[in-house]
Design a protein around this ligand. Structure first.
Ligand code: THU
Length: 138
């Protein structure tokens, strides 16, 4: 199922939620604060921020925090991503990392992903961001 394109209202709701979530980031080590928001196919909005740890590798990105919150609150088997936005503080470029691309792909290969590129906001489908993403055979 290819998701229909985003309305201006959906885009601004997503970006507002992601920008709001940046304020709650816990990034004392990198000082790189990130916020994300997920719009589900059912129409609910969930946000998340990056959460770092003194044991650095335990850090989780804003995108996965938002997606896992959506799963926890909407139901793992049913939650499908219609669109996701990710923003960093100070509008520096922040495309989703490879791990987050795979997690976005799991819940919405057709999802529209909005992120800050080097020259401003960009929009791409999850399957464009992660060509040939892994799909379980089970
Ligand atoms: N980070 C995210 O939250 N999302 C991304 O797409 C890229 C990186 C976070 C992880 C870490 O807390 C900080 O940014 C620096 O890498």
């Amino acid at each position: 199922m290819i998701t229909s394109s985003l309305s201006n209202d959906e885009r601004s709701r997503l970006l507002r939620a992601a920008r709001d979530a940046v304020k709650r980031a816990y990034a004392p080590y990198s000082k790189f604060r990130v916020g994300a928001a997920v719009l589900t196919v059912r129409g609910s909005l969930f946000s998340g921020c990056n959460v770092e740890n003194a044991s650095y590798s335990l850090t989780i990105c804003a995108e996965r925090t938002a997606i896992f919150s959506a799963v926890a609150q909407e139901g793992g088997e049913n939650m499908r991503i219609r669109a996701l936005a990710v923003v960093s503080e100070n509008s520096s470029a922040c495309a989703p990392c490879g791990a987050c691309r795979q997690v976005i792909f799991e819940f919405g290969p057709d999802a529209i992903v909005i992120f800050q590129g080097p020259d401003g906001l960009e929009e791409m489908r999850a399957s464009e961001l992660l060509p040939k993403g892994f799909k379980s055979q089970r």
